[in-house]
Design a protein around this ligand. Structure first.
Ligand code: MLT
Length: 329
């Protein structure tokens, strides 16, 4: 009887402290951190910084900082948030890896379905196959001939198994029935440096970071991965993979925000309200548009729509990844 009374008191105390946390959230003296599981300067980093700026504005100028916890294909940063205190001050900003890593890793230290609160998706991002500037090919037909003439000698950079660049590169190889040497980095920003320097041959990356490099003639561009051409002035004349003869090739990735499981509902609501204000911010929309990305403005901005979409992506990618037989430990 006494222990039942004590547990009722303990639950009451927990609820009271959760309510107090929610009421004062975000506390003026506490910074919100977006944990970013890839290197600084890459496309995920760029999207997170754009969102942080617009969400901060929506939260009365509250400070939001980025923590680049890169490594192990993005699983180190995701695990850091899965294990963080569920108080709304440590959040995960990540992309399609949230749906693909569980198929690539034999074991992951967190559970994608159970260890996170889903806060909303913010953007969809097309990808772009690019190459080192010294490649002899200038279009997709010449590139395919060069690849076929150099089988076994070609390498392709990516941000680790399950990353967006890896998925796209994996589909490119399986469609051409060619194996290339995969060169993993902590993100596509350091990979881009090596591509520009000619240390690696090819990479698929998000258009938000390829566009400036194509404009500056630092890399060669061969195709976009969407089913129709993009409207970006830099890429509007770039063929799609399908136009270039790679049947059914279609990769678009997405970016979203997560909190640790158990974050109080009132805190989640404040964060979701700020996210929904941010995706309507003309400045956020302009920045995504300039990078060829589109801002999501549908049911996936809400926790339930976000979660059911990610779970459908887990189901969609699992057989594709398993059939490729690529695993990470
Ligand atoms: C990826 O390929 O998954 C991303 O480009 C990662 C990153 O933002 O560096």
């Amino acid at each position: 009887m006494r222990s039942k009374f004590l547990s009722v008191v303990a639950v009451g105390a927990l609820l009271a402290s959760a309510n107090a946390l929610a009421q004062e959230y975000p506390a003026a003296n506490k910074t919100i951190t977006f944990v970013l599981p890839y290197a600084a300067g890459g496309p995920t980093d760029k999207a997170a910084r754009d969102l942080a700026q617009s969400m901060s504005k929506a939260m009365g100028g509250h400070s939001i900082v980025i923590d680049n916890a890169a490594g192990a294909s993005g699983s180190i940063g995701a695990n850091k948030v899965a294990k963080a205190s569920p108080d709304g001050y440590t959040l995960l900003f990540t992309h399609i890896a949230q749906a693909t890593l569980s198929s690539f890793f034999r074991t992951l230290p967190y559970n994608v379905e159970k260890d996170f609160e889903y806060l909303g998706l913010v953007s969809e991002n097309p990808m772009n196959l690019i190459g080192r500037p010294s490649l002899p090919s200038n279009n997709m037909a010449e590139l395919v001939s060069w690849i076929n003439a150099n089988k076994g000698k070609i390498n392709i950079a990516n941000a680790g198994p399950g990353s967006a660049s890896h998925l796209c590169g994996m589909l490119f190889q399986s469609t051409l029935k060619v194996d290339m040497t995969s060169v993993p980095y902590k993100g596509t920003a350091p990979a881009m440096t090596d591509l520009i320097g000619g240390q690696v041959d090819l990479m698929c990356d998000q258009t938000t970071t390829t566009i400036p490099q194509i404009e500056g003639k630092k890399v060669k561009s061969f195709a976009v991965t969407t089913s129709s051409r993009l409207s970006s002035p830099v890429l509007k004349d770039m063929p799609t993979m399908q136009e270039a003869g790679l049947k059914d090739f279609n990769v678009t990735i997405w970016q979203g925000l997560y909190a640790p499981k158990g974050t109080p509902a009132a805190v989640l609501k404040k964060l979701n309200d700020a996210l929904k204000t941010a995706v309507k911010d003309p400045e956020f929309i302009r920045k995504q548009d300039a990078g060829g990305a589109s801002v999501i403005n549908d049911a996936r901005n809400d926790p339930a729509g976000h979660k059911s979409f990610v779970m459908s992506e887990v189901t969609k990618w699992a057989p594709i990844i398993k059939s490729a037989g690529v695993y990470a430990d």
